[in-house]
Design a protein. Structure first.
Length: 164
């Protein structure tokens, strides 16, 4: 018995499949905002405005304080500076010695309906250098009155002044 072969066109399926592959390739799991949460005790404030514009304003205010922004995403509501040596006034790599003068600022920004945004800022330093531990495990918030804590207050103050 002979089987009949039926010809079918794969032209449309091929294009649809290619478009699907391209679309899937464009969607990556790479994000700017980390999955970690702010440390307990981070500064929290609620401001008027949309998260994307708040992120832009916060990044500008942080850079105005002299700290270089390393990561920023208005869409994800996140800003992070490089490790920064407050005494030397320069960026440092992740291999810096444990010192309370080398800090990093992180900001999480999320919408609160209607038209408000919650802003969470943390300034951290590493209290010890231990290559066997992930970096986040070694971080602690800077204490009240620390120079980085003052920077956070000035950044929030600049954000409040621009709202009025």
């Amino acid at each position: 018995m002979r089987r009949a072969h039926r010809r079918t066109s794969t032209r449309g399926v091929g294009r649809a499949g290619l478009i699907g592959l391209l679309a899937a390739g464009a969607c990556t799991a790479a994000t700017v905002r980390p999955s970690m949460r702010p440390l307990p005790g981070a500064v929290v404030d609620t401001v008027q405005g949309q998260p994307d514009s708040i992120v832009d304003r916060l990044a500008a205010a942080i850079e105005a304080q002299g700290l270089p922004v390393r990561r920023r995403s208005a869409a994800e509501g996140y800003v992070e500076t490089q490790w920064y040596d407050l005494a030397a006034r320069r960026a440092r790599g992740p291999d810096h010695l444990a010192s309370d003068r080398v800090v990093k600022l992180r900001v999480w920004v999320d919408a609160l309906p209607p038209g408000e945004t919650v802003v969470v800022l943390e300034a951290v330093h590493q209290f010890v250098t231990d290559p066997s531990q992930p970096g986040r495990e070694l971080e602690v918030l800077v204490p009240a009155g620390h120079q980085a804590d003052s920077i956070i207050r000035r950044v929030l103050g600049a954000l409040d002044r621009r709202q009025r």
